[in-house]
Design a protein around this ligand. Sequence first.
Ligand code: PNS
Length: 164
Amino acid sequence: MNKNVIAICPGSFDPVTFGHLDIITRASNMFKKVIVVVASNSKKNCSFTPEERVEMVKKCIPNLTNVEVVHYEGLLADYAAQIGATAIVKGLRAMSDFEYEFQMALTNKELNPKVETLFLTTSAQNMYLSSSMVKQIASMGGDISHFVPKVIKQDITDRINLKK
Ligand code: PNS
């Protein structure tokens, strides 16, 4: 825990879930400032625009006063250097996340040696939760209120129904 450090919580957040929000909230208690970076994952085709993803995260965290939400296209390691962030915080759900996250952590360290990646163990109730699962449930008319805050539920169902 270091109250002088600026940390980054990156992700595609397509859409943000209770799992992400748990990690963001815990990071906000650990660091001076947390920047949630809505970024692109070259392996994923997002359903929501970057602006929509940013807005959804913002709507969910009105009380986290030391957290900012931004969209950034480019290398995360470069963004961290630009804003003086020295920590990247990510949630780890299961061993299945590990190899990919480990690869990203090592790559980011190579690109920006000043930045450390820290993994927070996901809370037990979010072990199985993913954005793609939320979208699948919404597209089949299921109830997503166990997985995302009420305040963005309609945004998600509207978008999924529009895509049908
Ligand atoms: O939520 P995700 O999809 O697991 O997040 C992955 C993300 C967006 C954090 C990652 O793809 C990323 O950092 N993208 C930005 C571009 C970049 O820096 N790529 C090199 C990562 S090693």
